[in-house]
Structures are given as structure tokens and as C-alpha cells.
Design a protein around this ligand. Structure first.
Ligand code: SF4
Length: 318
């Protein structure tokens, strides 16, 4: 996006210092990962962790970076698989927080928690969050937000939606992705909520996932936003893509659900809610699905995907 500022890189709390040897960098990363204040489940198992001997001398920056990742892999598999954490995650997270500090991505003003009406009472608010999440699948935030505005003007309550014809509901939510199927899901879900949940939404992941059209990503986000409970990380396409690019997963994951499980193994629970919002906005503005803006990304010195992307662009120019 043309209005995205170019950022000045600042050394983070655990950032790399100039003139450090690779061994020192790795040692520093591991000390950071061993921070006792960190509440990651993996960190609680770290006592007794023995750092491997590291001896590396490489000339090229890419080789050094690759070696960092390889050493990280070796440490996790040789010493204790339970303690695995991506070697640069703290620095990368702090850079993303810096890049997201203006809070000017579509998700910041049109995310699901922004589209529900807080003045309608808690149960109706929760229903609206659920409907917003159902609409948001395969749909841009702007389109979801506009559909939610039309639904709220029409009257977005369970009883009113059940009185609304499928044709009218389709007109209200069009052009969200798969709108015809979503009409069916919203109607069936509303029927279940009225008959089985006393016009409220379920408060557990397993019950939410049994509703038509509701999968794990929606369920975890719904627990976070509607019930204010941290039960898991909401992993959508942005979180899935960026986690793989930054190597926040041990090996490439095929599905968002696989990514969620790995992230939850090492990411401190205190970040589980924030991470979705951070990465979604980052994915909307900089780490785009197609043509990510690696040139202006603060993580382009530790992201192998970004480095390869920049090198390929450079080759094309030459
Ligand atoms: S360097 Fe590029 S691919 Fe890597 S996180 Fe930044 S924008 Fe995404």
C-alpha cells in the first residue's frame, strides 16, 4: 500500500548486535528463549537444558542465517524436542509490533470485534460476532464489514434472521465469499442456537465446531472475542502464511490447523490473542500473499523467504 511508511530498523531487546560471532548470536538467542519470565509451556520444561557446542565461521550473510536455523534445529532435536522455539521469534515479533504500531490495517477498523454492536446486550453481541466470523471466511474485511452493516440495519438477532427469507438474507450478505452456502449455514446455526442454546452461542470449542459452517479458526477467535477466553490461537490464511515464511513452524505446514498446533507448543499463552490481530494486519499491509513488500519489512534480515524474494527481484533487474 502506498501509504505504508518505510520503517527505521531499531535493535530489539534480543536483536543481533554488530560484530557478534554466530556462536554468540545463537547463545544470546537461547538465553532469550530461556527467559524465566516467559510463560511458554516449552520454557517451563527448559530447566537442565544443555546448549550444544557451536563453532561456525561463514562469510555470506545468507549462509550465516541458514546456519542459525540449522543450529536451532539441531538444538531442539538433540537436546529436547519439547523446548523448540524459532531462533529469531522475539526479534521478529517486536519488529512486527513496530510495523503495526499505527494500527491502520483493514483488520484494525473492520475486524470481527469491530463489526458487532456492543449496545444490544451480551447474547446478541456474541451472536453478531459469530455471524461476522462466518461471513469473514474467504472474504475481505471491507466486504464483511459492509455486509454486517446491512444485517445490523435489518436487525441481526436470532429471531429476526429466522424470520428472514433466504432470498432476502442472500441479498443482505452478497457479495461475501460463498454467500449462498453461508445463507444456509447462518439459517441452520440460528435454528440450533434458538432451540439448544437459549438464543446464545455455545461457550466451548467443541460445541462451536459442531455448528454448520464453523471450523476451528472461527471457534478459537469466537472464544477470544465473544467470550473473552483464551483457549487457542485463531489461525487464518495470514497467520498460516506468515508463520511458514518466518519459520515459526518446525517444518512447512499444510493447513492452518497444523500451524495452530505448532504455534501453541511454543508461543507464550499471553500472546495467543494478540498474535492473530498482529499477523492479520501485517499480512494485509506488508507480508502480502502475492508480492510481499520485503524491501520495507523490518524482518528482511532474518527471513529466508524475504531474502530469497529480494535476491530474485535483484536478479531480474540485472
Ligand atoms: S521479509 Fe518479506 S516474506 Fe519475510 S516477513 Fe517480511 S514481508 Fe514477509
Amino acid at each position: 500500500m502506498s501509504n505504508i511508511p518505510h520503517y527505521t530498523r531499531s535493535k530489539s531487546r534480543h536483536g543481533m548486535k554488530q560484530n557478534q560471532t554466530i556462536a554468540e548470536k545463537i547463545a544470546e538467542k537461547m538465553r532469550a528463549a530461556n527467559n524465566p519470565d516467559d510463560d511458554a509451556p516449552a520454557n517451563r520444561k527448559k530447566k537442565g537444558f544443555k546448549r550444544s557446542h557451536i563453532k561456525i565461521e561463514y562469510e555470506g550473510e545468507n549462509e550465516r542465517l541458514n546456519e542459525d536455523w540449522n543450529e536451532s534445529k539441531q538444538l531442539k532435536t538433540v537436546d529436547n524436542p519439547a523446548i523448540w522455539q524459532p531462533v529469531y521469534w522475539r526479534e521478529q515479533l517486536e519488529n512486527i509490533q513496530e510495523m503495526r504500531k499505527n494500527q491502520d490495517a483493514p483488520v484494525d477498523t473492520m475486524g470481527c470485534e469491530r463489526t458487532a454492536d456492543t449496545a444490544v446486550g451480551p447474547a446478541v453481541y456474541r451472536y453478531q460476532i459469530l455471524v461476522s466470523l462466518m461471513l469473514s471466511s474467504q472474504t475481505k474485511d471491507q466486504v464483511t464489514s459492509a455486509a454486517m452493516d446491512r444485517l445490523k440495519t435489518h436487525g441481526l438477532t436470532i429471531s429476526n434472521i429466522l424470520k428472514t427469507s433466504d432470498k432476502k438474507l442472500g441479498e443482505l450478505i452478497y457479495p461475501v465469499g460463498f454467500w449462498k452456502r453461508k445463507v444456509e449455514y447462518i439459517k441452520k446455526t440460528s435454528t440450533l442456537l434458538e432451540s439448544q442454546y437459549d438464543n446464545d452461542i455455545p461457550s466451548t470449542i467443541s460445541e462451536l465446531c459442531q455448528l454448520p459452517g464453523v471450523g476451528p479458526k472461527m471457534a478459537y477467535l469466537c472464544m477470544n472475542i465473544a467470550w473473552h477466553q483464551t483457549t487457542g490461537i485463531g489461525v487464518d490464511t495470514h497467520v498460516h502464511r506468515i508463520s511458514n515464511r518466518l519459520k515459526w513452524v518446525k517444518s512447512t505446514t499444510k493447513t492452518p490447523e497444523d500451524t495452530r498446533k505448532i504455534l501453541q507448543e511454543w508461543l507464550p499463552r499471553s500472546l495467543w490473542i494478540e498474535i492473530n490481530w498482529l499477523l492479520v494486519g501485517f499480512g494485509q499491509q506488508i507480508c502480502l500473499s502475492v508480492s510481499p513488500k520485503c524491501q520495507q519489512c523490518l524482518n528482511n534480515h532474518t527471513c529466508l523467504f524475504g531474502k530469497a524474494n529480494l535476491q530474485s527481484k535483484k536478479k531480474k533487474r540485472n
